[in-house]
Design a protein around this ligand. Structure first.
Ligand SMILES: [Zn+2]
Length: 144
């Protein structure tokens, strides 16, 4: 019996929370109806008020940088240098790779969510939601 040959499966971090539409990506975030708290990754219970009256909503495709740093000594599988950025998007602040840059992103820099490769492992490529600085000076589209 011959086993079928398959390519190593790529692993996507946050695949359940990430939605791709062409070049754009959005994330699932949780909105609490009791206290208006917002959470990413999504959750069943609000971490502020413990209410389970929550709803999952879809983020915008764009946000802005809160802070960032260049990683010059990377964990195994990651190719330094790359940028890690805290990004404000649709009312949540999340940490994301910015693999297309080797320079820190200034606070307020508008960014767009996409999905890209962030690492390579013996099992295959690792992809994740990432942010890319927008070349133009568009401001963020505001919060949902
Ligand atoms: Zn709440």
């Amino acid at each position: 019996m011959t086993l079928p040959q398959t390519q190593p499966a790529a692993h996507q971090i946050g695949a359940h929370w990430t939605h791709q539409d062409g070049e754009h990506a959005t994330l699932t975030i949780t909105l609490c109806h009791a206290c208006s708290g917002r959470w990413f990754p999504p959750r069943d219970t609000c971490s502020t008020c413990a209410s389970s009256d929550v709803e999952n909503i879809t983020s915008h495709t764009r946000g802005s940088v809160y802070a960032s740093s260049v990683v010059r000594i990377a964990p195994r599988g990651f190719q330094a240098p790359y940028v890690l950025a805290y990004v404000d998007i649709s009312g949540v602040r999340l940490l994301a790779h910015s693999p297309s840059s080797d320079r820190a992103l200034a606070p307020g820099t508008p960014v767009e969510l996409t999905v890209a490769r962030i690492a390579d492992t013996p099992e295959g490529a690792v992809t994740s939601y990432v942010v890319t600085a927008l070349d133009d000076q568009h401001t963020t589209t505001g919060e949902q």
